[in-house]
Design a protein around this ligand. Structure first.
Ligand code: PLP
Length: 777
């Protein structure tokens, strides 16, 4: 029986490079918090000794905070964190603004609320929220930033005269870029001496010096958990005489400015951090010069590991503790998965939209879309040590090595030629690979024995990856073929053909000239050989008039034989839960009707279909799997509808595409509601229990090979990366009753794959909920 992998098998200590998200609590701070919970647990409002002792801690922390932020005058109010500080500041400023607006005739002035385009979402969301609740109805305006992330001073000078409030940040959380506070101060006050000004100082604390009293900043929120104190404690600075309205009313704590019994453990921990910053106790914090050396070391390690890396922040304009970068050809999700496998925690620093993950901060800086979609943030705090940096740099090198081994990158530092690459070192590649970009698919088929490959429906996004793979493995590209002229995306077929098939003459879809033909069931078809297999071209017009299907099968012996099919690449003829649309100018529904019947006669009901779209993460399908939910297809296959009736129904179906697809060009309308079958979910306890009682459970690690090599247990599961799932389905058609349990990093890929397998008849499939992430802890 196999065991789940544990850290004990591959002991990789955790390297945490996500300090801008949060930090671990320093042991000294945790000890102080614990002591206030166990011993000095008083309520600072109580007048007995235990209460007085608690109050002393609070008073001390407040004094320290004043010193650290340079606030001899003004108030320091303890809060639950920065988001509360932001609310309090915005509420205070807007209630005051409303009062003033009520007292004056607005003389037609259009008021606005200004915020920097790269602010943390807590700022614009709170501005919009309170603007609406208080019925101020000012225009909420974003201050643009330049390519360095610096605020546009001309815009501020122009807009601030009408601003009821302006919100900026000291240091950006995604890029570490700092703003010139003195210049901002001058620009704002020269144009509006009275507007309320909040500066979010969350990421500045402990990383740059602050002198709030020497500025005209009215409010500055801070957060404890970004600097080694626990979550749930923060504070805010409020300038002397700045308007103030309590956000939380109640028992009158914090002189009535913020009610609620104080978070004494948090305050005690904060006090320890402050003592270190003030040099009052032995400090765990490295000076800024050391942090800069750390940054240099990481940047060199990254550049050596990934020579094509692009840094998204200018180091000259950023604090030393944040590095934001992108690696051409890799999404942030892929790099996150890779680093997670190397036990380095980083962040994609981005917000999720429905389809792609991208960074609104980098978008605001006007960086190219790919940089924003691929952005990775590495951030560390001042408690970082040289040893941790050294380990991080070694791990970065191993992660890059894992990509090399998977042929996802080429060794640009090496002077080796293609021939001298040690191909035997590379992870095995034989068979079908699926590349997915959004809802579109490209397919690569490799025949290892003959070292040949064919690429079908090549998307430009995977062009580099494919070229790297071909070069790295020394594969001979036999053909690069589109299943039709795509309306929704560019193909990179011609550029790949130019690079790898310069001598080949081919038609407009890339099918090579002068290929042999074979008679199957009375029709002549062209084919090409891939090792011992054939790729047969079958014209299947309908979606477009040039549509073809490509059938990968065993060589045909006699014209009456049924094909032994491995995969049918049918473009947009049959899509998962759909049929390709037939409302383009070159479409024909009657032709599609004929093509569907022809395809079925050649591949039968159970061959795997590999379409050029997968809008719903189902990976592959078959005619029988589609017939169970696509009644129109069923009627065509069963001949219970004629071509004319099909065309009418198809017209109705296609009309739905326009309504449902939004801005994306969908190549087929989804028929069902895409509800997925529930699959069995295990946690580590229930999986261990199930494995105790059954020796037939088969664990499958579905991470990509580069993640797998960095962190896996030899005795553990077989590796079937998601990109190879379709081949797994093909090879296990007779194994559908096996109890496969799929595992990945976080449980999301394993869930998708298990659902896909379940739909295709793998009835016993399950997955490990939460993946390795939850199993290890
Ligand atoms: N502002 C910035 C710049 C931040 O980085 C964060 C946290 O990510 C916040 C505000 C919100 O802080 P908190 O988690 O303390 O509410």
């Amino acid at each position: 029986m196999t065991n789940l992998p544990t850290d004990a098998n591959q002991p990789l200590s955790l390297i945490y490079l996500d300090a801008n998200a949060t930090t671990q609590v320093l042991p000294q701070a945790a000890a102080a918090a614990l002591s206030t919970m166990e011993t000095l647990f008083g309520n600072p409002s109580s007048s007995h000794v235990t209460g007085l002792q608690a109050k002393q801690i609070m008073d001390k922390t407040r004094q320290q905070a004043k010193q650290i932020v340079g606030a001899d005058s003004g108030k320091i109010i303890f809060t639950s964190g920065a988001t509360e500080g932001i609310q309090t500041a915005i509420l205070s400023a807007l209630i005051n603004a409303k009062k003033n607006l009520n007292n004056t005739i607005s003389n037609g002035k259009d008021y606005c609320l200004l915020y920097g385009a790269t602010e943390h979402k807590a700022v614009p969301e709170s501005l919009k929220h309170w603007n609406e609740i208080l019925e101020i109805n000012a225009e909420v305006k974003e201050i643009p930033v330049d390519e360095l992330g610096q605020l546009d001073m001309d815009f501020i000078a122009k807009e601030v005269p009408n601003a009821l409030m302006i919100c900026t940040m000291a240091v950006n959380n995604e890029t570490g870029v700092y703003q010139n506070i003195n210049l901002l101060d001058k620009t704002i006050r020269a144009n509006n001496p009275n507007t309320a000004w909040m500066v979010d100082c969350v990421q500045a604390l402990g990383k740059t010096s602050l002198n709030l009293n020497q500025t005209s900043i009215d409010y500055a929120p801070f957060s404890g958990h970004k600097l080694y104190a626990p979550k749930g404690i923060g504070f805010m600075y409020v300038k002397e005489n700045a308007p103030f309205t309590a956000f939380i009313a109640g028992g009158g704590q914090e002189s009535g400015l913020r009610s609620g019994t104080e978070n004494l453990p948090g305050l005690a921990a904060l006090s320890v951090i402050f003592s270190m910053l003030l040099g009052e106790s032995e400090s765990s914090f490295a000076p800024v010069e050391t942090l800069e050396l750390f940054r240099q070391q990481i940047v060199s390690a990254l550049t050596k590991a990934f020579p094509e890396i692009v840094f998204n922040n200018s180091f000259e304009h950023s604090v030393a503790t944040t590095i934001n970068f992108a690696i051409p050809g890799f999404s942030s999700k892929e790099i996150m998965d890779l680093f997670d496998a190397a036990n380095i925690r980083v962040s994609s620093g981005s917000a999720c939209s429905s389809k792609v993950t991208r960074s609104f901060v980098l978008d605001a800086m006007g960086l190219p879309a790919w940089q924003s979609e691929s952005a990775i943030r590495m951030s560390f705090g001042p408690a970082m040590t040289q040893t941790q940096i050294d380990i991080a740099c070694n791990r970065i090198a191993s992660a890059a090595q894992a990509l090399l081994q998977s042929c996802l990158t080429l060794d640009l530092n090496s002077t080796d030629t293609m021939d001298s690459h040690n191909i035997n070192d590379k992870a095995e590649l034989d068979g079908l690979v699926q590349f997915k970009v959004g809802g579109s698919c490209s397919w690569l088929y490799v025949d290892k024995k003959s070292n040949s490959a064919v690429f079908i429906d090549p998307l430009p996004e995977v062009s580099n990856r494919l070229q790297t793979l071909l070069t790295c493995r020394g594969l001979k590209l036999v053909a690069v073929i589109d299943s039709h002229g795509h309306a929704d995306h560019e193909s990179c077929r011609t550029s790949i053909a130019k690079e790898f098939l310069a001598q080949q003459q081919a038609d407009t879809l890339g099918w090579p000239d002068n290929t042999p033909t074979i008679n199957i069931h009375g029709n002549q078809y062209q084919y090409i050989s891939l090792g011992k297999k054939w790729l047969i071209k079958v014209p299947t017009p309908g979606h477009t008039d040039d549509s073809i299907s490509l059938i990968l099968c065993e060589p045909v012996q006699a014209s009456t034989d049924n094909l032994v099919v491995h995969y049918a690449f049918c473009g947009d003829l049959i899509l998962m839960d759909s049929l390709g649309r037939t409302n383009f100018s070159t479409s024909s529904a009657p032709d599609m009707y004929t093509s569907l019947q022809l395809l079925k006669s050649l591949i039968g009901n159970d061959s795997l279909i590999c379409p050029s779209h997968d809008y719903n993460n189902e990976f592959t399908t078959s005619i029988s799997a589609e017939m169970s939910r696509n009644s129109l297809l069923t009627q065509v296959i069963e001949n219970s509808i004629n071509s004319k009736e099909f065309s009418i129904q198809k017209y109705i179906m296609d009309k739905r595409i326009i309504d449902e697809s939004g801005s994306e060009i969908m190549c087929g309308a989804l028929i069902g509601d895409c509800d997925k079958k529930p699959v069995r979910e295990y946690d580590s306890a229930s999986l261990a229990e199930a494995m105790k009682h059954s020796n037939t459970i088969k664990l499958i690690d579905i991470r990509e090979p580069h993640e797998y090599v960095l962190q896996h247990d030899e005795s553990f599961a077989e590796n079937v990366p998601l990109t190879r799932l379709v081949q797994f389905v093909q090879e296990h058609q007779q194994d559908k009753q096996t109890q496969f349990v799929l595992v990945c990093r976080s449980g999301s890929r394993s869930h998708l794959a298990a659902q896909a397998l379940s739909r295709l008849g793998f009835d016993q499939v399950g997955h490990l909920k939460g993946g390795y992430a939850l199993h290890q802890y």
